[in-house]
Design a protein around this ligand. Sequence first.
Ligand code: AMP
Length: 216
Amino acid sequence: MATFIVLLGPPGVGKGTQARILSETSKLAHVSSGDLFRENFKNETELGKLAKSFMDKGELVPDDVTINMIRERISRPDCQAGAILDGFPRTPAQADALEKMLAEFGGEVGFVPYITAEESVLVERASGRWTCRAQGHIYHEKFNPPKQVGICDVDGSDLYQRDDDKVETVTKRIRVYLEQTTPLVEYYRKAGKLVEIDGSQAVDQVTAKLLAVLKK
Ligand code: AMP
């Protein structure tokens, strides 16, 4: 049966960074709802323009739009064995929709790493983040700087700062997360799938914990 790993945690905790590493190690596809919205915006689709209007305010994109986008994405062949879900689900309605999709596709949520850190750490991480324009590789100006300022180590494309990584917007995103996404922590804890991981540690320490859980 296809296994889906749901990465839960506040904005700036390092879900995207860890999801990329886990995807390379496990060979499961990396499905990031935020990356999909940003890709749509870059390609000037209607979905992208709609999403951007919510993202810039630090708000969530409406459930129906988000669910349809993810449904289409995880029905593709590269998700046949499962995927690492990064940023989805973010509301109880999305979690219910995911259960239904997986029941239909013959998959299940395997485990749910819940990565946490204090708000001051989250704001510092997000506001120092630089993202690669071509493929979304993630850097931090202090904790994980690129070899050459402004250039991605992996593909040489330029790095940019996300509009929604400004301090005020990050603070709003954290508030939205506390209101709308934290109910999922209890949802997955009750299902016996939650694994709590301290996200304030260095990237490779968090990765080591995740890989240890994945092996089990
Ligand atoms: P992220 O890249 O995960 O930090 O997401 C950036 C932004 O994309 C969020 O602040 C939301 O506006 C939007 N977004 C990403 N995933 C979702 C989701 N599952 N539901 C609603 N909005 C989302």
